[in-house]
Design a protein around this ligand. Structure first.
Ligand code: 13P
Ligand code: SF4
Length: 335
Protein backbone atom coordinates (compact mmCIF):
# COMPACT_ATOMS: atom_id res chain seq x y z
CA UNK A 1 0.00 0.00 0.00
CA UNK A 2 1.37 3.45 -0.87
CA UNK A 3 0.26 6.46 1.10
CA UNK A 4 0.71 9.83 -0.52
CA UNK A 5 3.53 11.63 1.17
CA UNK A 6 2.82 15.29 1.90
CA UNK A 7 4.86 18.26 3.04
CA UNK A 8 3.19 18.66 6.45
CA UNK A 9 4.26 20.80 9.42
CA UNK A 10 5.65 17.66 11.04
CA UNK A 11 7.74 16.90 7.94
CA UNK A 12 8.95 20.51 7.84
CA UNK A 13 10.00 20.35 11.51
CA UNK A 14 11.90 17.09 10.92
CA UNK A 15 13.65 18.22 7.74
CA UNK A 16 14.23 21.98 8.05
CA UNK A 17 17.59 21.50 9.84
CA UNK A 18 18.70 19.40 6.85
CA UNK A 19 17.50 22.07 4.43
CA UNK A 20 19.93 24.52 6.05
CA UNK A 21 22.79 22.39 4.64
CA UNK A 22 21.49 22.26 1.07
CA UNK A 23 19.65 25.53 0.57
CA UNK A 24 22.48 26.85 -1.61
CA UNK A 25 21.86 24.14 -4.20
CA UNK A 26 18.16 23.18 -3.81
CA UNK A 27 15.38 25.78 -4.19
CA UNK A 28 12.66 25.71 -1.49
CA UNK A 29 9.84 24.56 -3.82
CA UNK A 30 11.97 21.58 -4.87
CA UNK A 31 12.86 20.82 -1.26
CA UNK A 32 9.16 20.54 -0.40
CA UNK A 33 8.98 17.61 -2.83
CA UNK A 34 12.06 15.92 -1.36
CA UNK A 35 11.30 16.49 2.32
CA UNK A 36 8.37 14.02 2.72
CA UNK A 37 10.48 11.27 1.10
CA UNK A 38 13.42 12.11 3.36
CA UNK A 39 11.26 12.01 6.49
CA UNK A 40 9.76 8.66 5.47
CA UNK A 41 13.15 7.10 4.61
CA UNK A 42 14.57 8.21 7.95
CA UNK A 43 11.53 6.77 9.78
CA UNK A 44 11.70 3.35 8.06
CA UNK A 45 15.46 3.23 8.56
CA UNK A 46 15.01 3.24 12.34
CA UNK A 47 12.13 0.76 12.19
CA UNK A 48 14.23 -1.76 10.22
CA UNK A 49 17.58 -1.12 11.93
CA UNK A 50 18.97 -0.07 8.55
CA UNK A 51 21.89 2.15 7.77
CA UNK A 52 22.35 4.18 4.58
CA UNK A 53 25.86 4.60 3.15
CA UNK A 54 26.07 7.46 0.65
CA UNK A 55 28.95 7.96 -1.75
CA UNK A 56 30.32 11.50 -2.15
CA UNK A 57 28.72 11.67 -5.64
CA UNK A 58 25.17 11.31 -4.37
CA UNK A 59 22.83 14.26 -4.96
CA UNK A 60 22.62 16.62 -1.93
CA UNK A 61 19.16 15.41 -0.85
CA UNK A 62 20.59 11.89 -0.46
CA UNK A 63 24.05 12.92 0.77
CA UNK A 64 22.74 15.27 3.49
CA UNK A 65 19.14 14.08 3.77
CA UNK A 66 19.24 10.35 4.43
CA UNK A 67 22.85 9.09 4.56
CA UNK A 68 24.10 7.90 7.95
CA UNK A 69 27.65 7.77 6.62
CA UNK A 70 29.17 9.44 3.58
CA UNK A 71 32.58 8.99 2.03
CA UNK A 72 34.77 7.59 -0.72
CA UNK A 73 34.95 3.92 -1.76
CA UNK A 74 37.57 3.09 0.85
CA UNK A 75 35.82 4.84 3.73
CA UNK A 76 32.45 3.29 2.92
CA UNK A 77 33.99 -0.21 2.60
CA UNK A 78 35.40 0.11 6.12
CA UNK A 79 32.06 1.31 7.48
CA UNK A 80 30.25 -1.54 5.73
CA UNK A 81 32.72 -4.10 7.12
CA UNK A 82 32.19 -2.84 10.67
CA UNK A 83 28.44 -2.28 10.51
CA UNK A 84 26.14 -4.23 12.82
CA UNK A 85 22.96 -2.83 11.25
CA UNK A 86 20.56 -5.54 10.00
CA UNK A 87 20.28 -3.83 6.63
CA UNK A 88 22.84 -1.80 4.67
CA UNK A 89 21.34 0.33 1.89
CA UNK A 90 24.13 1.39 -0.44
CA UNK A 91 23.46 4.71 -2.16
CA UNK A 92 26.26 4.38 -4.67
CA UNK A 93 27.04 2.11 -7.62
CA UNK A 94 26.87 -1.67 -7.79
CA UNK A 95 30.54 -2.49 -7.17
CA UNK A 96 30.34 -0.54 -3.91
CA UNK A 97 27.30 -2.45 -2.65
CA UNK A 98 28.91 -5.71 -3.74
CA UNK A 99 32.09 -4.85 -1.82
CA UNK A 100 29.91 -4.24 1.26
CA UNK A 101 28.41 -7.73 0.84
CA UNK A 102 31.85 -9.30 0.32
CA UNK A 103 33.00 -7.78 3.61
CA UNK A 104 29.85 -8.29 5.66
CA UNK A 105 27.93 -11.27 4.26
CA UNK A 106 25.66 -11.76 7.27
CA UNK A 107 23.92 -8.40 6.63
CA UNK A 108 21.25 -7.74 4.07
CA UNK A 109 22.83 -5.37 1.52
CA UNK A 110 20.45 -3.45 -0.74
CA UNK A 111 21.05 -1.16 -3.71
CA UNK A 112 18.17 1.10 -4.79
CA UNK A 113 18.89 0.50 -8.50
CA UNK A 114 20.83 -2.66 -9.48
CA UNK A 115 21.61 -1.11 -12.87
CA UNK A 116 23.79 1.60 -11.31
CA UNK A 117 27.02 0.32 -12.89
CA UNK A 118 30.39 1.84 -13.71
CA UNK A 119 32.27 2.11 -17.00
CA UNK A 120 35.41 0.79 -15.31
CA UNK A 121 33.61 -2.25 -13.91
CA UNK A 122 32.34 -3.05 -17.38
CA UNK A 123 35.72 -2.62 -19.10
CA UNK A 124 37.21 -6.02 -18.22
CA UNK A 125 36.20 -9.68 -17.87
CA UNK A 126 37.68 -12.48 -15.73
CA UNK A 127 39.00 -14.06 -18.99
CA UNK A 128 40.88 -10.81 -19.72
CA UNK A 129 42.53 -10.95 -16.28
CA UNK A 130 43.56 -14.57 -16.84
CA UNK A 131 45.02 -13.58 -20.20
CA UNK A 132 47.08 -10.81 -18.57
CA UNK A 133 48.36 -13.28 -15.97
CA UNK A 134 49.39 -15.67 -18.75
CA UNK A 135 51.14 -12.89 -20.61
CA UNK A 136 53.01 -11.68 -17.50
CA UNK A 137 53.56 -14.82 -15.41
CA UNK A 138 54.30 -14.17 -11.73
CA UNK A 139 53.47 -10.45 -11.94
CA UNK A 140 50.93 -9.58 -9.21
CA UNK A 141 47.53 -8.18 -10.18
CA UNK A 142 46.41 -4.99 -8.44
CA UNK A 143 42.74 -4.31 -9.10
CA UNK A 144 40.86 -1.08 -8.56
CA UNK A 145 37.73 -1.66 -6.40
CA UNK A 146 35.67 -0.30 -9.28
CA UNK A 147 35.25 -3.88 -10.54
CA UNK A 148 32.83 -6.76 -9.97
CA UNK A 149 33.55 -9.57 -7.49
CA UNK A 150 34.54 -11.88 -10.36
CA UNK A 151 37.50 -9.61 -11.20
CA UNK A 152 38.50 -9.11 -7.56
CA UNK A 153 38.48 -12.91 -7.21
CA UNK A 154 41.11 -13.19 -9.98
CA UNK A 155 43.35 -10.55 -8.36
CA UNK A 156 46.08 -10.49 -5.73
CA UNK A 157 45.04 -7.26 -4.05
CA UNK A 158 42.59 -4.40 -4.52
CA UNK A 159 43.13 -0.67 -4.16
CA UNK A 160 41.09 2.50 -4.24
CA UNK A 161 42.09 5.98 -5.33
CA UNK A 162 42.91 6.62 -1.64
CA UNK A 163 45.72 4.06 -1.45
CA UNK A 164 46.73 2.94 -4.97
CA UNK A 165 50.41 3.92 -4.74
CA UNK A 166 50.79 2.42 -1.26
CA UNK A 167 49.15 -0.83 -2.39
CA UNK A 168 51.45 -1.11 -5.42
CA UNK A 169 54.54 -0.42 -3.30
CA UNK A 170 53.43 -2.81 -0.53
CA UNK A 171 54.05 -5.79 -2.81
CA UNK A 172 57.81 -5.38 -2.89
CA UNK A 173 58.05 -6.19 -6.61
CA UNK A 174 59.40 -4.25 -9.58
CA UNK A 175 56.32 -4.77 -11.81
CA UNK A 176 52.56 -5.00 -11.29
CA UNK A 177 49.56 -5.52 -13.53
CA UNK A 178 47.16 -2.68 -12.69
CA UNK A 179 43.50 -3.13 -13.72
CA UNK A 180 41.32 -1.74 -15.17
CA UNK A 181 41.70 2.09 -15.02
CA UNK A 182 44.43 3.11 -17.42
CA UNK A 183 44.59 6.70 -16.19
CA UNK A 184 44.74 5.78 -12.52
CA UNK A 185 47.44 3.24 -13.41
CA UNK A 186 49.47 5.83 -15.27
CA UNK A 187 49.04 8.33 -12.42
CA UNK A 188 50.32 5.68 -9.99
CA UNK A 189 53.27 4.97 -12.31
CA UNK A 190 54.20 8.66 -12.11
CA UNK A 191 54.57 8.38 -8.34
CA UNK A 192 56.52 5.16 -7.96
CA UNK A 193 59.53 3.31 -9.35
CA UNK A 194 57.43 0.16 -9.74
CA UNK A 195 56.64 -0.54 -13.42
CA UNK A 196 52.87 -0.46 -13.95
CA UNK A 197 51.28 -2.54 -16.72
CA UNK A 198 47.87 -1.00 -17.45
CA UNK A 199 44.55 -1.96 -19.06
CA UNK A 200 42.46 0.29 -21.33
CA UNK A 201 39.55 0.96 -18.93
CA UNK A 202 38.33 4.54 -18.51
CA UNK A 203 35.89 6.42 -16.32
CA UNK A 204 33.33 8.05 -18.61
CA UNK A 205 33.16 11.07 -16.30
CA UNK A 206 36.83 11.82 -15.69
CA UNK A 207 38.08 11.01 -19.19
CA UNK A 208 36.11 14.04 -20.44
CA UNK A 209 38.26 16.65 -18.70
CA UNK A 210 41.00 18.13 -20.88
CA UNK A 211 44.20 20.11 -20.41
CA UNK A 212 42.72 22.92 -22.57
CA UNK A 213 39.72 23.13 -20.25
CA UNK A 214 41.88 23.42 -17.10
CA UNK A 215 44.03 26.07 -18.78
CA UNK A 216 40.92 27.98 -19.81
CA UNK A 217 39.69 28.02 -16.18
CA UNK A 218 43.10 29.28 -15.06
CA UNK A 219 43.05 31.99 -17.73
CA UNK A 220 39.57 33.08 -16.64
CA UNK A 221 40.29 32.88 -12.87
CA UNK A 222 44.07 33.31 -12.36
CA UNK A 223 43.80 32.71 -8.58
CA UNK A 224 41.83 29.45 -8.85
CA UNK A 225 42.92 26.28 -7.04
CA UNK A 226 42.33 23.16 -9.13
CA UNK A 227 41.60 19.85 -7.36
CA UNK A 228 41.18 16.63 -9.36
CA UNK A 229 40.39 12.93 -9.05
CA UNK A 230 43.13 10.51 -10.24
CA UNK A 231 40.76 8.91 -12.76
CA UNK A 232 41.54 12.01 -14.88
CA UNK A 233 44.33 11.63 -17.43
CA UNK A 234 47.93 12.16 -16.18
CA UNK A 235 48.11 15.20 -18.48
CA UNK A 236 45.07 16.76 -16.75
CA UNK A 237 46.39 15.81 -13.29
CA UNK A 238 49.71 17.50 -14.10
CA UNK A 239 47.81 20.79 -14.55
CA UNK A 240 46.16 20.54 -11.12
CA UNK A 241 47.18 21.71 -7.63
CA UNK A 242 46.01 18.58 -5.84
CA UNK A 243 44.96 15.08 -6.92
CA UNK A 244 43.22 12.61 -4.61
CA UNK A 245 40.24 10.40 -3.83
CA UNK A 246 36.85 12.06 -3.43
CA UNK A 247 37.33 12.25 0.35
CA UNK A 248 40.91 13.52 -0.01
CA UNK A 249 39.58 16.24 -2.34
CA UNK A 250 37.01 17.25 0.29
CA UNK A 251 39.62 17.23 3.09
CA UNK A 252 41.94 19.34 0.94
CA UNK A 253 39.38 22.17 0.96
CA UNK A 254 40.34 22.89 4.58
CA UNK A 255 43.85 23.76 3.35
CA UNK A 256 42.87 25.64 0.19
CA UNK A 257 45.20 28.58 -0.33
CA UNK A 258 42.81 30.46 -2.60
CA UNK A 259 39.16 31.28 -1.90
CA UNK A 260 38.15 30.12 -5.37
CA UNK A 261 38.33 26.39 -6.18
CA UNK A 262 37.28 23.98 -8.87
CA UNK A 263 36.76 20.25 -8.29
CA UNK A 264 37.59 18.30 -11.44
CA UNK A 265 35.19 15.45 -10.82
CA UNK A 266 31.49 14.59 -10.69
CA UNK A 267 28.94 17.43 -10.36
CA UNK A 268 27.49 16.68 -6.94
CA UNK A 269 30.78 17.00 -5.08
CA UNK A 270 30.78 20.81 -5.05
CA UNK A 271 27.07 20.94 -4.16
CA UNK A 272 27.65 18.62 -1.21
CA UNK A 273 30.53 20.55 0.33
CA UNK A 274 29.63 24.15 -0.51
CA UNK A 275 27.61 24.77 2.66
CA UNK A 276 30.49 23.65 4.91
CA UNK A 277 32.81 26.10 3.11
CA UNK A 278 31.09 29.49 2.90
CA UNK A 279 34.56 31.05 2.57
CA UNK A 280 35.10 29.31 -0.79
CA UNK A 281 33.65 30.11 -4.18
CA UNK A 282 33.17 26.92 -6.19
CA UNK A 283 33.49 27.11 -9.96
CA UNK A 284 31.37 24.12 -10.96
CA UNK A 285 32.10 22.22 -14.14
CA UNK A 286 29.23 19.80 -14.46
CA UNK A 287 30.04 16.27 -15.55
CA UNK A 288 27.43 13.82 -14.37
CA UNK A 289 27.99 10.15 -13.65
CA UNK A 290 24.82 8.61 -15.15
CA UNK A 291 25.30 5.52 -12.97
CA UNK A 292 25.48 7.38 -9.67
CA UNK A 293 22.50 9.47 -10.72
CA UNK A 294 20.34 6.35 -11.01
CA UNK A 295 20.07 6.48 -7.23
CA UNK A 296 17.18 8.71 -6.18
CA UNK A 297 15.14 9.37 -3.04
CA UNK A 298 12.24 7.53 -4.69
CA UNK A 299 14.11 4.30 -5.32
CA UNK A 300 15.90 4.53 -1.96
CA UNK A 301 12.49 4.64 -0.26
CA UNK A 302 11.21 1.74 -2.38
CA UNK A 303 14.38 -0.19 -1.57
CA UNK A 304 13.71 0.10 2.17
CA UNK A 305 9.97 -0.49 1.92
CA UNK A 306 10.22 -3.58 -0.30
CA UNK A 307 13.70 -4.77 0.78
CA UNK A 308 14.98 -4.63 -2.78
CA UNK A 309 17.35 -4.99 -4.59
CA UNK A 310 19.33 -7.43 -2.51
CA UNK A 311 22.98 -7.92 -3.49
CA UNK A 312 24.32 -11.49 -3.43
CA UNK A 313 27.81 -12.86 -4.11
CA UNK A 314 28.30 -16.57 -4.65
CA UNK A 315 30.27 -17.89 -1.62
CA UNK A 316 33.32 -19.37 -3.38
CA UNK A 317 33.80 -16.18 -5.38
CA UNK A 318 33.13 -14.03 -2.32
CA UNK A 319 35.90 -15.73 -0.37
CA UNK A 320 38.40 -15.23 -3.19
CA UNK A 321 37.38 -11.57 -3.64
CA UNK A 322 37.46 -11.04 0.14
CA UNK A 323 41.14 -11.96 0.26
CA UNK A 324 41.99 -9.15 -2.21
CA UNK A 325 39.77 -6.61 -0.45
CA UNK A 326 41.07 -7.49 3.03
CA UNK A 327 44.69 -7.19 1.88
CA UNK A 328 43.83 -3.68 0.68
CA UNK A 329 42.12 -2.77 3.96
CA UNK A 330 45.24 -3.82 5.90
CA UNK A 331 47.05 -1.02 4.05
CA UNK A 332 44.30 1.50 4.79
CA UNK A 333 44.22 5.12 3.69
CA UNK A 334 47.42 6.54 2.16
CA UNK A 335 46.37 9.37 -0.14
P1 13P B 1 36.51 7.39 -4.70
O1 13P B 1 36.95 6.09 -4.15
O2 13P B 1 37.61 8.41 -4.77
O3 13P B 1 35.32 7.91 -3.96
O4 13P B 1 36.11 7.18 -6.22
C1 13P B 1 35.07 6.38 -6.62
C2 13P B 1 34.63 6.68 -7.96
O5 13P B 1 33.82 5.99 -8.52
C3 13P B 1 35.22 7.85 -8.61
O6 13P B 1 34.74 8.00 -9.87
FE1 SF4 C 1 32.45 4.64 -12.43
FE2 SF4 C 1 33.33 7.00 -13.25
FE3 SF4 C 1 30.83 6.78 -12.36
FE4 SF4 C 1 32.91 6.60 -10.65
S1 SF4 C 1 32.28 8.39 -11.83
S2 SF4 C 1 31.13 5.25 -10.74
S3 SF4 C 1 34.42 5.56 -11.93
S4 SF4 C 1 31.68 5.79 -14.21
Amino acid sequence: MTTKLEFTEEVAAATDPIYEKVKGSIPRFEWEMHAPLIAEINRIKKEKNAVILGHNYMVPEIFHGVSDFVGDSLGLSIIARDSDADVIVFCGVHFMAETAKILNPSRTVLIPDPDAGCSLSESITPADVRLMKERYPGVPVVTYVNTPASIKAESDICCTSANAVAVVESLGVDRVIFLPDEYLGRNVANETDVKVITWAGRCIVHEQFTVEEIRAYRAQYPDIEVIAHPECSPEVCAECDFVGSTTAMIDYLDEATSNRVIMITECSMSDNVAEAHPELEFVRPCTICPHMKKITLENTLASLQEMKHEVFVEEEMRLKALRSVERMLEIGRKD
